[in-house]
Design a protein around this ligand. Structure first.
Ligand code: B3K
Ligand code: ZN
Length: 853
């Protein structure tokens, strides 16, 4: 197996300017006729990608080719004498029904659907399946329209014809040249929600959502979110939609969240369908953000695309940044930042410390699908955010405009992007580019020195990036560090932006007449691990006073981390300090005007955040500390928790900033109240009175974490109530999979027998086994290895069915070196056994082989 390397990039030898496709849909024998108009672009042979295809016929400029005119392998087709330009006609046959990998064209629940990114188009026809070949696509879909009333593809609908055999042919034309990964076809029977949007320049766009029959009433929120996204992109970046039609199809069988195919997004139904009785605040949030994300790709990804897949962050990091900015404007910016940073500090830091460590622009890839990672996406977004911090919003907007104007219609690189930012602003970004090539989490140490006589404050910063699995040599990075100096006089402070570029660097401030308390890394202005010398009391002061909401939350998190790490080192359970109790009392008695922030300030760090602060993760100690602290907080604050819980009457459900915040605060109180003597009462009442999914789930989770006797009966009630709503049943599956005791193994077994469960449906598999391995630390990390064994079995079972999914689920097993000897031994054994299996997919093989010494 040969990985591809960025360093080996060669421009394509042939380009395709026109791609005409015709599909005759059939469950087991779909015929695809492709007519490619090609031109030579450089030296080299004509080699087309193709996988799992049956070649039926091949013509060059009208002449039938015979087997001496071409060479066929498992994954390619070489045309021996193509000439410098011409027309190639390829007929292939494929089996959508058998396609459980959900890549290429597949049939699931009566719907034909495609997924071509990254390299799925080669499962549809022989083609130069690479993002730097851009063609104008015309697609004809032929099918029985009584079975499949909607036959959709990219662009504009050109014609619909009834054929003599009773079938219907629908023809689509997409005027924008695009790489094959943005091609899409959907055929099925749906309910359709339509609406319209008038762009800033007055163009009328028809908006269409295709959803499963009966789900129309659950697609209004997504439609409204789409209109908000379209408007926001016009306001913020001056970017308008460019086709007459924007279609979104929701399907239950999908490997990821959604896909930005030109003019025809395909979405996981989880990120479209919602109503107040079935969706949580989090679901609504996710829908708005993903609808935004795929829409924003129309410019950052589609109009300007990637030259090669190593450049993936060019579109993904940038588009995540754009969706984060959108969400921040639609709701609470502080809350959004907190959530984004949690993801970096858990999954992304873990990836940097794992055998899969890679820069946001990877250098070597065996299976591209393995690189749709938190590093490429979310660290990628942090890198873009740093650019905005360094250049300012105006500079950044100018840079983005320059990038899009300069490269519209092209397939380009991350370097091209940074160059545009540099050219538009005049800022030298040479050193900044290292963020694209260097992997790992930088560690920054800070020291402060205050001299009263000269009124001078000196700040000394030191940066160091530890070696990673993929890279040994690390260089200093350019990082923006936002700080705030707090003075004793309440309300008096000074905010600064420091640009750290050297390994060691000093910053001096004169005219500082008293020693300030420094808030470091406001708003998480760089994706680094910071080590400071705070005393616990100082952190509580920052939590009370910092201007930046994120910084206040962060100070609380650091406070708990410090307390817990002292306890872990001493082999003891942490005791609640009196000053913490009084701060919490105050927050509960007088919540801040920012209710959402109050709820966050009252939260303990989660297990995964704490875990990333240790080289060897003390699993059991961390879990006991967290449970113990929760119990102690509940006991010490029972009265205040009750009062705060009761203070806010439940308001009728509405998804808006205030509602979200109130539910979060009440939910936080309930989480602790569940640990008091009256836990059962509060949880039962919360569950029964809930008029929405958020509150129901809050009650169920509280009951489960506190291991209340009522937990099981509430869960049963829940399952009965929602047995007909598969999206909600996924939540039930996940809840059961996070059962914190031994019983979980019997439950998991039972769930796989459930009538709704299918090994072929990624949503179901993720709901059960994703939840078990990523959100049930206690049982997954059992010292006897039972959790690990189970996950390894599941990966083995899934690999032949859906390699992409199998490889994703495998991730938690890779970090075996992060645990104690016994766990290391168990994990390494399982990984070796996996590696020894015959016919592993590239997806699983690449990860397993990297994880073994
Ligand atoms: N671009 C797609 C992800 C494709 C993943 C392929 N394995 C969704 C997104 O990031 O918008
Ligand atoms: Zn994306």
């Amino acid at each position: 197996r040969q990985p591809k390397r960025l360093a080996d990039y060669q421009p394509p030898s042939f380009l395709v300017s026109k791609t005409d496709l015709s599909f005759e849909l059939d469950p087991t024998a779909t015929r695809v006729s492709a007519t490619l108009t090609f031109q030579r672009n450089g030296a080299g042979i004509m080699i087309l990608d193709g996988q799992q295809l049956k070649l039926i016929s091949l013509r060059l400029n009208g002449q039938m080719l015979t087997d001496k005119d071409y060479r066929l392998t498992e994954d390619s087709l070489e045309i021996v004498k193509p000439g410098n330009s011409g027309v190639l006609e390829i007929v292939t046959e494929l089996n959508p029904d058998q396609n459980s990998a959900l890549e290429g064209l597949y049939l699931a629940e009566g719907v034909y659907c495609t997924q071509c990114e990254a390299e799925g188009f080669r499962r549809i026809t022989y083609y130069p399946d690479r993002p730097d070949v851009l063609a104008v696509f015309t697609t004809t879909i032929i099918a029985d329209s009584s079975q499949l009333p909607f036959l959709l593809s990219n662009g504009n609908k050109v014609s619909e014809t009834l054929l003599s055999d009773g079938r219907t042919a629908v023809k689509w034309h997409d005027p924008f040249p695009k790489p094959a990964y943005l091609f899409a076809l959907v055929a099925g029977d749906f309910d359709c929600l339509t609406d319209a949007y008038v762009t800033a320049s007055g163009r009328q766009v028809s908006l269409e959502f295709y959803v499963q029959k009966g789900a129309l009433s659950r697609s209004h929120f997504a439609m409204a979110a789409l209109k908000r996204a379209m408007h926001w992109d016009e306001q913020r970046f001056g970017l308008e939609y460019d086709l007459d039609r924007y279609m979104v199809v929701a399907v239950d069988f999908f490997n990821m969240g959604a896909m930005e195919n030109k003019g025809l997004n395909v979405f996981n139904s989880k990120y479209v369908l919602a109503d107040d009785s079935s969706a949580t605040d989090q679901d609504y949030f996710n829908i708005e953000s993903i609808i935004g994300h795929e829409y924003f790709h129309n410019w950052t990804g589609n109009r300007v695309t990637c030259r090669d897949w190593f450049q993936l962050s060019l579109k993904e990091g940038l588009t995540v940044f754009r969706d984060q900015e959108f969400s921040a404007d639609m709701g609470s910016a502080t809350l959004n930042r907190i959530e984004a940073v949690k993801l970096i500090r858990t999954a992304q830091f873990a990836e940097d410390a794992s055998p899969m460590a890679h820069p946001i622009r990877p250098e070597q890839v065996l299976e591209m699908n393995n690189f749709y990672t938190v590093t490429v996406y979310d660290k990628g977004a942090e890198v873009i955010r740093m650019l905005q911090t360094i250049l300012g919003k105006t500079g950044f907007n100018a840079g983005l405009k320059c990038y899009l104007d300069r490269h519209d219609g092209q397939a380009v690189t991350c370097d091209d992007f940074v160059q545009a930012m540099q050219d538009a602003t005049g800022q030298d970004l040479t050193q900044f580019r290292r963020w694209y090539s260097q992997s790992g989490t930088p560690e920054v140490k800070v020291q402060e020195h205050y001299d009263a006589t000269s009124a001078r404050l000196t700040l000394k910063l030191h940066q160091h990036t530890p070696v990673t699995a993929d890279q040994t040599i690390k260089q200093p990075l350019l990082m923006p560090m936002r700080i705030e100096l707090l003075f004793s006089n309440a309300g008096s402070s000074m905010r600064q932006l420091l640009l750290l570029s050297n390994e060691e660097q000093e910053f001096q401030f004169d005219g500082i007449h008293e020693q300030p308390l420094i808030v470091w890394l406001e708003d998480f202005s760089a994706p680094v691990k910071l080590s400071t010398h705070y005393q616990p009391e100082q952190l509580l002061l920052i939590a009370g006073r910092a201007t930046n909401g994120f910084a206040r939350w962060d100070a609380m998190q650091q406070y708990w981390s410090l307390l817990i790490s002292k306890a872990v080192t001493g082999g003891l359970l942490p005791q609640l300090p009196a000053e913490l109790v009084s701060l919490f009392k105050q927050l509960l008695q007088q919540p801040l005007a920012d209710i959402a922030l109050t709820a966050e300030l009252l939260a303990l760090p989660d297990f995964d955040t704490l875990a990333e602060q240790y080289t060897e993760i003390p699993v059991d100690a961390l879990l006991s500390c967290l449970a113990h602290l929760t119990q102690q907080l509940a006991e010490a604050l029972a009265i205040e928790l009750t009062a705060c819980y009761q203070r806010f009457d439940s308001i009728a459900y509405h998804y808006n900033e205030q509602g979200v915040a109130l539910r979060a605060l009440k939910g936080r109180c309930l989480h602790y109240l569940a640990f008091t003597n009256e836990g059962e009462h509060w949880v039962n009442q919360h569950y029964r009175q809930a008029d929405n999914m958020t509150d129901q789930l809050t009650a169920l989770k509280a009951a489960q974490y506190a291991e209340l006797a009522t937990s099981n009966s509430l869960l049963e009630d829940f399952a009965k109530r929602y047995q007909h709503n598969v999206q909600v049943m996924d939540k039930y599956f996940s809840l059961v999979a996070t059962t914190p005791n031994d019983a979980v193994f019997t439950h998991l077994d039972r769930l796989t027998q459930h009538s709704l469960f299918s090994w072929k449906n990624p949503n179901r598999v993720r709901a059960v086994f994703g939840a078990f391995s990523q959100r049930n630390a206690k049982q997954f990390h059992r010292a006897d290895g039972r959790g690990y064994q189970l996950l390894a079995q599941i990966v083995t079972k899934l690999d032949p069915i859906n390699p992409q999914l199998a490889a994703r689920l495998l991730t938690p097993l890779l970090s075996w070196q992060r645990y104690d000897q016994q766990r290391q031994h168990l994990l390494a054994g399982l990984l070796k056994a996996l590696a020894a299996q015959a016919s592993l997919s590239n997806d699983v093989f690449e990860k397993v082989s990297k994880s073994l010494p």
